[in-house]
Design a protein around this ligand. Sequence first.
Ligand code: PBE
Length: 287
Amino acid sequence: MKKLFALLVTLTFVFTLAACADSSDEGVIVGIDPGAGIMSATDTAIDTYGLDYELEASSGPVMMTELAQAYENEDFVVVTGWEPHYMFADYDLKFLEDPEGVFGSVENIHTVARLDIRDDLPDVATFLENFYMDSVQLGGLMGDMNEFSDDMTNLEIARQWMSENTDLYQAWIPEGIDGTDKTVSLYYVNWAEGVAMTNLAAAILEDEGYTVTLTEADPGIVFTTIAQGDADAFLDAWLPVTHGTYEEEYGDQYLDLGYNYEGARIGLVVPTYVEIDSIDELNDLLE
Ligand code: PBE
């Protein structure tokens, strides 16, 4: 009997502990994959602003599902957001002001390639150098990928987009290009803008006769693979801020083919129905 009582007391204690852990007043910031620049920037923001929030790692698509669910119920939610992204077309969202400048200011998206790409794939290097989209063009392509993903592959969606934007992409293709018997290996991370641009680049190169392999990997793997010369290019390097640490480490081991998009930014994003405007007000929302 005494033993049973002791067991009950222990169980009650354990359950009380568990309940306390659940009702802790820490908030959650919904993040993406751990190797992303925006994740380390968010860690810095938590320190700098003294936020009582925990950064939850997931992935771009999972973050979007959590955002969609909260948005539907008009619940509070804060995510690691970035532009260009279709999230701004689908929902009314705002970047929280960042008075301490933790997330840096506007930057560009670059294409980086293995150092010797011009030796054996000069036309691909030139094509990638010419590849450039503005926010309306990329927004349209990302929107298509989001909208049609149930019924079409990303490559099919890219091809459909090509048929509607022929003049734009034709201007990127160098004269005399011929991909017969040549293979191009593109790496990408599962981030919406990179998925869109990489599939578009692949669809165009395939149209010119190249065999293209697409490989999804974590950002750290992508940068090391390009630096080692084991993949040809990566179209989603955010510089100089977001991927600054990767650039410091590998910058002299890859070729920067210049930017393919201007005016990208990262930060903490909330739906417009959330009343605060600045990161330093986030703690006010906790009970
Ligand atoms: N992103 C999208 C990436 C770069 C591209 C902002 C999520 C990052 O944070 O590393």
